[in-house]
Design a protein around this ligand. Structure first.
Ligand code: NAP
Length: 290
């Protein structure tokens, strides 16, 4: 398999201004010819563009505001790429929505948004951008998923299921295009931390945490080596490798424990929205893989 055309290429990053997407943008800004930064909130794209240009004044940067859950905005993004004659060499499907709440008590709108951001949008964008890559015989798709794909996660039924979609999608797509010059990789991180931000509430041992910067670095190394799947971080990687060896029965027991933990957490913290009250906690990243 050819390595993805990162050096001097054009890389499109969805969800570029926060978290892993921002770290990928920073690390790629030293190497690529052009970055196309896409995110949904106004006012965050331009500061990132200016930061990256300050680091590398020869970098080409295009920014576009787009909510990938909105089909019209995705059409507008594709039209924007066409209008600017952008030839996307590498697509990074990074933006995702995670939520916590008992499925029956979730708002349907929240379930729908999770499905659209985590399933519909990466599928559509890949479909639209893969054809031209295949015509050129070079390209890459980097799907940022989650270790949650391997877990039975009560309280995150929709999120965990969307991660299974990304797993199956990435593996099948890779087999279809690996001999045609296209690199396809899924990254499945565990708990991450950002320097200066102490917002992790998952109760996971620090051994499993890695920084966003390291996650992005390991993602890129794996992608360029042609790895089908990257589990960033030593501790997380070993847990993820051992999980498939567990019988489903045992995984269900772990899921029950996770549910008890979630209920306790909700009951003990007066600030935490109650599961029983049907309110949901929007997560920046993924739920606790306890
Ligand atoms: N952080 C973790 O611990 C962790 C662990 C495992 C896996 N992951 C995975 O890594 C990826 C990135 O996670 P992250 O923690 O870096 O996320 P993040 O900090 O929330 O950043 C994601 C970016 O994508 C944007 N975004 C979300 N929905 C969007 C939409 N519909 N349209 C356009 N942009 C949208 C977000 O905007 P808003 O700020 O407006 O939401 C944000 O700027 C996700 O796929 C996640 O599942 C993260």
């Amino acid at each position: 398999m050819l390595p993805p055309p990162i050096d001097q290429g054009t890389v499109l990053i969805i969800g570029a201004t926060e978290g892993i997407g921002r770290e990928l943008s920073r690390q790629l800004s030293r190497r690529v010819r052009t970055l196309v930064l896409v995110d949904r909130r106004a006012g965050r794209l331009e500061p990132l563009r200016d930061e990256l240009l300050a680091r590398n004044p020869t970098l080409g940067v295009l920014v576009h505001q787009c909510d990938i859950c909105d089909p019209h905005q995705v059409d507008a993004l594709l039209a924007f790429l066409e209008a600017h004659f952008v030839r996307v060499d590498v697509l990074v499907n990074n933006a995702a929505v995670g939520n916590r709440g008992l499925y029956a008590e979730e708002r349907w709108g929240q379930v729908e948004e999770t499905l659209q951001a985590n399933v519909w949008a990466p599928a559509l964008l890949t479909h639209r951008l893969l054809g031209p890559m295949l015509q050129r015989g070079r390209g890459g798709v980097l799907n940022i998923g989650s270790g949650a794909a391997q877990l039975f996660l009560p309280g995150s039924a929709t999120f965990a299921a969307t991660q299974r979609f990304l797993d199956g999608f990435t593996e099948a797509l890779r087999l279809e295009v690996e001999d045609r010059g296209i690199a396809v990789t899924r990254v499945a991180p565990g708990p991450l931390w950002e320097a200066g931000v102490e917002d992790w509430e998952g109760g996971v041992a620090p051994f499993f945490h890695i920084s966003l910067a390291r996650c992005a670095r390991e993602a890129l190394v794996g992608f360029e080596r042609g790895a089908p799947l990257v589990y960033p971080g030593f501790g997380h990687r070993w847990v993820m490798r051992l999980l498939p060896l567990l019988p489903r029965r045992l995984k269900r027991s772990l899921g029950r424990l996770a549910l008890r933990g979630l209920e306790r957490e909700t009951l003990l913290s007066p600030q935490a929205p109650g599961l029983a009250a049907g309110r949901q906690v929007l997560l920046a990243g993924e739920p606790s893989p306890a």
